[in-house]
Design a binder for this molecule. Structure first.
Ligand SMILES: Cc1cc2nc3c(=O)[nH]c(=O)nc-3n(C[C@H](O)[C@H](O)[C@H](O)COP(=O)(O)O)c2cc1C
Length: 178
């Protein structure tokens, strides 16, 4: 029995349930065939500490996906809570996402955005079929993180911000972290 085809999801309910899991918001960038690419993504996640691997996934319908497959490096720009406008800019398909945008050139060949909460510069590690998405796994070569910028949050289809009181006081790594 093909279990997958037996299950019929209410897609809307599925999306709604997934939205109960808050994420950060990133603009992942790369350069391919001399073109700069940037895409707002919430699918970024940590994968492995040793080797240092991260992952993100791109919708097969994304116009720029064929170019992403050719990139020799990526930068994951983790947006700060005051960067909603940058998130919206890089979420618009087929738009001129880079018009008037300041950036620096990263060492892995991908543009670095100013004012972000953290940045991870990576090289490709593996790509997998992820259903209607392609899963990218990348090895982190360099990273930087801001101590005082708070991250932008995405939850239930909306932007949100973290409440600072307890967060600032907590120690890292937490006792309960594996
Ligand atoms: C908060 C947020 C998170 C997103 N996360 C993803 C993601 O993880 N993967 C993805 O393919 N698209 C994601 N998108 C949509 C893409 O940003 C958008 O479809 C993309 O910029 C289209 O690029 P294109 O010009 O290649 O078609 C997200 C959009 C928003 C607003």
């Amino acid at each position: 029995m093909d279990l997958k085809s037996e299950i019929s999801f209410d897609r809307q309910a599925f999306r709604q349930a997934l939205g109960q899991f808050p994420t950060g918001v990133c603009v992942v960038t790369c350069t391919a065939e001399f073109e700069q690419l940037g895409m707002t993504m919430s699918s970024f996640n940590c994968l492995s500490l040793d080797p240092p691997l991260i992952l993100f996934s791109i919708d097969r319908k994304a116009v720029s996906l064929p170019l992403w497959e050719k990139a020799a490096g990526y930068a994951v720009n983790v947006l700060a809570e005051n960067q909603k406008d940058i998130s919206n800019r890089f979420a618009k398909s087929r738009s001129n996402k880079w018009e008037g945008m300041r950036f620096a050139h990263g060492q892995c060949g991908a543009p670095l955005l100013p004012g972000v909460a953290a940045v991870f510069e990576c090289i490709p590690w593996a790509k997998y079929d992820g259903g209607d998405h392609t899963l990218f796994i990348a090895e982190v070569r360099r990273f930087a993180s801001s101590v005082d910028r708070m991250p932008l949050v995405f939850s239930k289809g909306r932007y949100a911000a973290l409440q600072t009181t307890e967060f600032v006081a907590s120690l890292w790594p937490l006792d309960i972290h594996y």
